[in-house]
Write a protein that binds this ligand. Structure first.
Ligand code: AMP
Ligand code: ZN
Length: 468
């Protein structure tokens, strides 16, 4: 299996630290709002990587954190007049709902930064002792970047070149020794959550959180560290400096980074305001479509979000689901019989498509090519199956399509579930029918909704609905 490693800028053969096991750490979201579909890209991509490793028989320990202490969380808490924890807990719960709806499996462990402060104090103390960090008079602790000789190895940056490009930047008068030194611990400001430490009452910097959570749940060395490409510098570069300076070992063997989800060729981000939340998308599409859309591109290629591409993904997914449904139908009436000679020939093509799918996945998780192999299998299934086919052939082909989709986290069962927008549409039609005094139609719509598990309640403020 080959993985593109940001460290070497090459595809490398994957060799696990321990045979049969993979330790993966994926940087998770900062929880101050509903996640947007840019944040969903690494979740879907690395969940798929995990699923493929499991399919290959690896025992995967998959850790992904929630950053639950941060300026943006504190700002939102102040705006709402609540504790920061209320905000972070709320959005962790919402994020988990979105993950489930995208068929992203929960991590083996989802650590929270605020629960790991002890480990952070230990690692910071250790770094100070080893001469890699220092505290200044207000209690801020900085990492002494130049003390780590490999600094820049991930982002392929050289501190002297960086400095040459920033000649005008001077070290400010805050006792920081060097402009590239970064914060490990900082003093609290009024109204902010804080923890006691030997240096000051305060809170951790962002980078130290991941070094510590990765160490605690996966050990000093891990196989794969992953996240979006915006994290390469400075976040992951700083994580390497902290972890390797503290532990004296190579931190992660492979560094994987997904490219951006863009909109009009610009990175989708909360701060730029050009984003759709996963919830926005769920109003119009089943989130399986979003997952399928994400996996239709290679994870290292930028992906531009558009309604056209989402509709294409919807059609593509429907083609697969319909094919499986059709095979299911035939299977119910087909004769119990072994494969015919012609079917055995077709089965050879199925096997070659499985090989094609695996080759694509082995080549740095090329899900785009893996999906084309599934489409070819669907095409073959559609043209070579009927009620006259043998049950053996029908079952084998159907299970193969389902198995390959399952590795991608794509559900092939036909869903009857209605989208919010469809429900609202039906309610509007029912209201119109009542206005027209067509009560039979109004009742029929209510019954149709009830059959699908949607309960209506007529209130003074209008019609309210809920899923049963
Ligand atoms: P954040 O909450 O901004 O720290 O982001 C959480 C994760 O989402 C990180 O791995 C980011 O790199 C990733 N991410 C944020 N925006 C995008 C985007 N537009 N496309 C792809 N990944 C993104
Ligand atoms: Zn991180």
């Amino acid at each position: 299996m080959k993985i593109y490693n940001t460290l070497s800028k090459r595809k490398e053969e994957f060799v696990p630290l321990e045979p049969g096991k993979v330790k993966i750490y994926v940087c998770g979201p900062t929880v101050y709002n509903l996640i947007h579909i840019g944040n969903a890209r690494p979740m879907i991509v690395f969940d798929t990587v995990r699923r493929y490793f499991e399919y290959k028989g690896f025992d995967v320990n998959y850790v992904s954190n929630f950053t639950d202490v941060d300026d943006k969380i504190i700002k939102k808490a102040i705006e709402e007049g609540v504790e920061a924890e209320v905000i972070s807990q709320r959005y962790i719960a919402e994020c988990k709902k979105d993950m489930a709806a995208m068929n992203v499996r929960p991590a083996t462990t989802h650590p929270l930064a605020t629960q790991e402060i002890c480990g952070m104090l230990d690692m910071i103390g250790d770094l100070i002792e080893k001469g890699h960090a220092y505290a200044v008079s207000d209690g801020t602790v900085y990492f002494r970047t130049r003390s780590f000789k490999d600094y820049g190895k991930l982002s392929h940056k050289n501190l002297d070149d960086l400095q040459a490009g920033h000649r005008t930047i001077k070290v400010t008068g805050d006792e920081k020794e060097d402009e590239f030194d970064f914060v490990l611990w900082k003093p609290k400001k009024d109204g902010e959550p804080y923890w006691e430490s030997p240096w000051c009452n305060g809170r951790p910097g962002w980078h130290i959180e991941c070094s510590v959570m990765s160490k605690k749940y996966l050990g000093d060395q891990i196989d794969i560290h992953a996240g979006g490409e915006d994290l390469v510098f400075p976040h992951h570069e700083n994580e390497i400096a902290q972890s390797e300076a503290a532990n004296g070992k190579e931190f992660a063997r492979y560094w994987m980074h997904n490219a951006f989800l863009n909109i009009d060729n610009k990175k989708m981000s909360k701060s730029a305001g050009n984003f759709f939340t996963v919830r926005d998308i769920a109003e119009k599409y089943d989130l399986q479509v979003l997952r399928f859309f994400m996996l239709s591109a290679h994870y290292r290629s930028p992906l531009n979000f558009s309604a056209e591409l989402m509709d294409a993904a919807k059609n593509g997914l429907e083609r697969i689901v319909t094919s499986v449904d059709r095979l299911n139908g035939f299977e119910k009436v087909a004769a119990e019989a072994p494969m015919t000679e012609a079917e055995a020939e077709n089965w050879k093509t199925v096997e070659s498509l499985i090989a094609k799918y695996e080759a694509a996945m082995e080549d740095d998780f090329n899900t785009a090519d893996a999906i084309s192999a599934v489409f070819e299998m669907v095409k073959l299934a559609n043209s070579t199956s009927s009620a006259e086919s043998s049950k053996t052939y029908l079952t084998a082909v159907k299970e193969e399509i389902q198995r390959l989709c399952d590795i991608l986290g794509i559900i092939t069962e036909k869903k009857e579930e209605l989208l919010d927008a469809d429900i609202e549409d039906m309610i509007a039609k029912r209201q119109q029918a009542r206005k027209d005094r067509n009560f039979a139609l109004a009742d029929q719509i209510r019954k149709e909704l009830a059959d699908k598990g949607i309960l209506l309640e007529d209130t003074r403020e209008g019609v309210k609905w809920k899923r049963a």
